[in-house]
Write a protein that binds this ligand. Structure first.
Ligand SMILES: [Zn+2]
Length: 346
């Protein structure tokens, strides 16, 4: 859900103070100032569940049984690359989702957490029929969840194909029929690659409150490549990319107005136009909204932390936990607080 915010707002005089003092007109465009107009809103305190304390939490309890026969779940999927809608079996489709979505180098417990999250996500969309041909889901990763056809396993995994297939199948088998529910509804367990140290809340990213998609700590991700990346752009390339926000091509600084508890840019001002961090991410093709823009010689350097929208389970965070000995239930408890694991009716 991307919001275009293009309305111009009267900029408070205070906002311009750091810019006007001692700055001549021609340097003004080059100035990139991070100015916090509002205090960072931390939102609801995340009910973080430390790994060692997940026992006895709602997760893992099996209460009511959902009336969905696990072996018979059919979902309608729009395969965007082929441009066709087909009805497929859930577990079969999940194999391709895991193969596409989580590296085969990951620990089994992280992959099991991913299996439950992906199964829950797919089921939460069951019956929505909002895609082409009345499909509930699609295979476009930018919209729903990616999916890798078996014919492409060899190309992706090479000599490790059999091991990868076994890993994903084991994760599915050892979590067979398990889904996360919140108040008796299958949870919309979105996930992403790497949070950058702390996940984002659904309300900050998509504007709607989801009780179990809140910001939680996700430490240890900095041991992996890609935790922090930099993008170097010439000034002209930078302004060109930002032109949709700034159609008059006013050369003006970017001012960050508000960051989330996890450091993601929520609101910023580009040339007098207030917009969302997600919009800047899209325009600049950044890996996440956790970015910092600075001048670097004749260009702009953008430091980016994490990868993805940041909501729900961080896959690399799950890997950190698994390597430290956590089980998949601990991982799910951390990233989807308040949800419980439930067995589908066999
Ligand atoms: Zn979709």
């Amino acid at each position: 859900m991307r919001r275009h915010v293009r309305r111009r707002r009267k900029t408070p005089a205070l906002l311009w103070l750091p810019l006007l003092s001692g700055v001549v007109a021609f340097v003004l465009p080059l100035l990139l100032v991070e100015y916090q107009r509002h205090p960072v809103e931390s939102g609801p305190e995340p009910p973080a569940v430390p790994v060692s304390q997940s026992e006895g939490k709602p997760l893992g309890q099996t209460g009511q049984t959902l009336m969905v026969p696990q072996n018979d779940v059919a979902i309608t999927v729009y395969f965007h690359e082929q441009g066709e809608t087909r009805t497929v079996l859930l577990e079969q489709h999940l194999l391709g989702v895991l193969a596409a979505e989580i590296p085969d180098s990951f620990h089994l417990e992280a992959v099991k957490a991913q299996a439950v999250a992906a199964r829950s996500y797919l089921l939460s969309k069951s019956g929505t029929g909002l895609h082409e041909g009345g499909a509930d889901l699609c295979t476009d990763y930018t919209h729903c969840k990616a999916w890798l056809p078996e014919a492409r396993y060899a190309e992706k995994f090479g000599a490790g194909e059999e091991a990868a297939r076994a890993l994903y199948a084991t994760a599915l088998r050892e979590t067979a029929g398990q889904v996360l529910v919140y108040e008796d509804t299958v949870a919309q367990t979105v996930f992403h690659a790497m949070s950058g140290g702390r996940t984002e809340s659904a309300v900050d990213v998509w504007g709607s409150e989801v009780p179990y998609l809140v910001s939680v700590p996700s430490g240890g991700e900095d041991q992996f490549d890609g935790y922090e990346t930099t993008v170097d752009l010439s000034l002209s390339a930078y302004w060109e990319a930002m032109a949709p926000l700034n159609p008059d091509r006013e050369l003006a600084p970017m001012v960050v107005l508000r960051r989330s508890a996890g450091d993601a840019v929520l609101r910023c001002n580009v040339g007098g136009v207030e917009t969302a961090g997600t919009e800047v991410r899209r325009l600049l093709g950044l890996r996440s909204t956790k970015f910092w823009v600075t001048l670097n010689g004749d260009g702009v350097q953008i430091r980016v932390r994490g990868y993805g929208h940041g909501v729900g389970m961080s896959q690399y965070g799950a890997q950190v936990m698994a390597l430290e000995g956590a089980g998949y239930q601990d991982i799910l408890a951390r990233y989807y607080p308040g949800c419980r694991l439930q067995q589908l009716d066999p």
